[in-house]
Design a protein around this ligand. Structure first.
Ligand SMILES: Cc1cc2nc3c(=O)[nH]c(=O)nc-3n(C[C@H](O)[C@H](O)[C@H](O)COP(=O)(O)OP(=O)(O)OC[C@H]3O[C@@H](n4cnc5c(N)ncnc54)[C@H](O)[C@@H]3O)c2cc1C
Length: 408
C-alpha cells in the first residue's frame, strides 16, 4: 500500500503534497517526493534568491550528499581557517576536510532545479494562508487557491503561517547580519568577541566575501556596530557594501522540548522547524537533511498518514535534534564562560596552539562530525593531566559565566 494511493483504512488517498517554501529544506523534500512519483508542488514567493547567509557547508553535508561538492555550480573550497579571541591572539588551522561556500542564489537555484528535474511543479507565489479541511488542506496564495493532501512547511525562520512550525520566544532566536564585500581571500576568519554569545565570520565566496555576525541577547544595531568596528580594524570595507540581516533560529532547551515540528497533515523542515545548531548557527545541513527525512517518512509505507507526524519527530530527534538540544545547554558556557581565570574562547585558541589532540577535535567540529553529546567522553578519553581536569570541570558546570562574575 503506497501512502499516496490509499490510507490504511482505505478512506483517503494522498495525491498532492504542497511544499511551502523552496529554500534548501523545501527543495530537498520536493526532490525526494517527486522522484518517488508523488505529485509535488513547491510554492515560493522568490524562487532562487540571495538569502542572507554565510553559505558555508560542512563536510558532514557533502559527505551525506556528494552532489553538493560534485557539480558545476560556482563555489569556493576553503582549506584554512583562523580563530581569534580577544586577548587570546589568533591561531591558524589547515582544514583537513574543506568548508564549501556557495552564494545562496547559486545554491538555491541548483537545489530547486534538481527538484524540478525530479518532477516537482514549481510555482512562484506567496502563500497567504492555509486551512485544514476534513482531508487535506486549502491553500490561499497570491495567485489563487490550491488544494493539497499534505503540507511540508519550509517557509524558513520568518514562517508567516501561525498554525504550523516552531513558535518562537525571544530566547529561541538570534540576530544575524552582515555585508557582502567585493573582495577575495582563501581563508575563513572566526572572531570571538567580549561578552557576546555569538561570533563574527569572514567567509570567502566566488567574487565576494560574506562578512557577518550573529549573537544572542543583543540588539541588531549593537551587533552591527561591533561588526563595523571589526571590519574597520581589519580594513574590510563595509561602506558601499551590500548589507543583509535575518533571524537565525537558536532554540534554548525549553524551546527544543516544546518544539512544534509536525502535526496532523503537516511537517516543518529546516528553519521553520527551528533546526539550526545553537552554537555554530549551521542550518543548511539540517534544512536539507530534515527535508530529505520528511520526504522519506511521507513515502514510508510501514505507517499510515496519522502516524507520520510522530514518525518524523522521532527520526529527527534520533538523527540530530537531541544533539542540538544538548548543544543549547553548552552554548552560553562556550561563549561566555571562564576557566582558569580566562575566557573559554581564549582557552580554546591556546589549546589549539598547544595540543594536537585538541586541534583534531576542532577539525571534527569544523567538519560537523563531532556530536556534542559525545564531546565530554572524547575529552575524557583523549586529554590528560591538567587539560583533562580543566575541560572536565567545564562540562561539570564549574565555570562561572563572565556576566555573573561581573555582577551583571
Ligand atoms: C546571516 C546568516 C548566516 C548564515 N550562515 C550560515 C552558514 O554559513 N552555514 C549554514 O549552514 N547555515 C547558515 N545560516 C542558516 C541558513 O541560512 C538557514 O538555516 C537555511 O537557509 C534554512 O533553509 P530553509 O530552506 O529552512 O529556509 P530558507 O532558506 O529561509 O528558505 C525559505 C523559503 O521560503 C520562502 N517563503 C517564505 N515564506 C513564504 C510564503 N509565505 N510563501 C511562499 N514562499 C515563502 C522564501 O522565499 C524562501 O525561499 C545562516 C543564517 C543567517 C541568517
Amino acid at each position: 500500500m503506497r501512502p499516496w494511493e490509499a490510507n490504511r483504512d482505505g478512506t483517503f488517498a494522498m495525491k498532492t503534497v504542497a511544499v511551502l517554501g523552496g529554500g534548501p529544506a523545501g527543495s530537498f523534500a520536493a526532490e525526494r517526493l517527486a522522484r518517488a512519483g508523488l505529485k509535488t508542488i513547491v510554492f515560493d514567493e522568490k524562487l532562487a534568491w540571495e538569502k542572507p547567509c554565510g553559505g558555508g557547508l560542512t563536510y558532514k553535508a557533502y559527505q551525506e550528499y556528494p552532489f553538493l561538492i560534485e557539480n558545476d555550480t560556482p563555489k569556493k573550497l576553503i582549506h584554512s581557517t583562523s580563530l581569534c579571541a580577544p586577548k587570546g591572539g589568533t591561531v591558524k588551522m589547515r582544514l583537513d576536510r574543506p568548508l564549501v561556500i556557495y552564494s545562496r542564489l547559486d545554491l538555491n537555484r541548483m537545489l530547486l532545479e534538481r527538484a524540478g528535474k525530479a518532477g516537482a511543479a514549481i510555482e512562484q507565489t506567496r502563500v497567504l494562508g492555509i486551512e485544514r479541511r476534513a482531508h487535506g488542506w486549502r491553500l490561499r496564495t497570491q495567485s489563487g487557491v490550491a488544494e493539497a493532501d499534505f503540507c511540508v512547511i519550509a517557509t524558513g525562520a520568518r514562517n508567516p503561517l501561525r498554525e504550523v512550525g516552531t513558535e518562537w520566544s525571544p530566547q529561541d532566536t538570534m540576530s544575524a547580519l552582515g555585508y557582502y564585500v567585493p573582495a577575495s581571500r582563501d581563508e575563513i576568519d572566526i572572531q570571538f568577541l567580549p561578552r557576546l554569545e555569538g561570533y563574527i565570520w569572514v567567509f570567502p565566496r566566488c567574487g565576494h566575501l560574506s562578512v557577518g555576525i550573529c549573537g544572542k541577547g543583543e540588539p541588531a544595531h549593537a551587533l552591527r556596530a561591533r561588526l563595523e568596528r571589526y571590519m574597520d580594524e581589519r580594513g574590510i570595507a563595509w561602506r558601499g557594501s551590500k548589507f543583509y540581516s535575518h533571524m537565525l533560529p537558536s532554540l534554548a532547551s525549553p524551546g527544543w522540548r516544546k518544539n512544534r515540528l509536525a502535526g496532523e497533515g503537516w511537517m516543518a523542515v529546516g528553519d521553520a522547524g527551528g533546526l539550526v545548531d545553537p552554537i555554530t548557527g549551521e542550518g543548511l545541513y539540517y534544512a536539507m537533511r530534515s527535508g530529505d527525512l520528511a520526504g522519506r517518512v511521507l513515502l514510508d509505507e510501514t505507517h499510515g498518514l496519522a502516524e507520520k507526524a510522530a514518525a518524523y519527530r522521532a527520526v529527527v530527534a534520533r538523527e540530530f535534534a537531541l544533539d542540538l538540544e544538548f548543544a543549547s545547554t553548552l552554548a552560553r558556557r562556550l561563549f561566555l564562560g571562564t576557566f582558569l581565570f580566562n575566557s573559554v574562547p581564549v582557552r580554546m585558541v591556546q589549546f589549539m596552539r598547544r595540543s594536537p589532540r585538541f586541534r583534531d577535535l576542532m577539525q571534527d567540529l569544523f567538519a560537523g562530525t563531532q556530536p556534542y553529546l559525545e564531546l565530554r567522553a572524547r575529552l575524557l578519553k583523549n586529554l590528560s593531566g591538567t587539560l583533562q581536569e580543566v575541560l572536565v570541570n567545564f562540562f561539570l558546570n564549574r565555570v562561572v559565566p563572565e556576566n555573573s562574575r561581573a555582577g551583571l
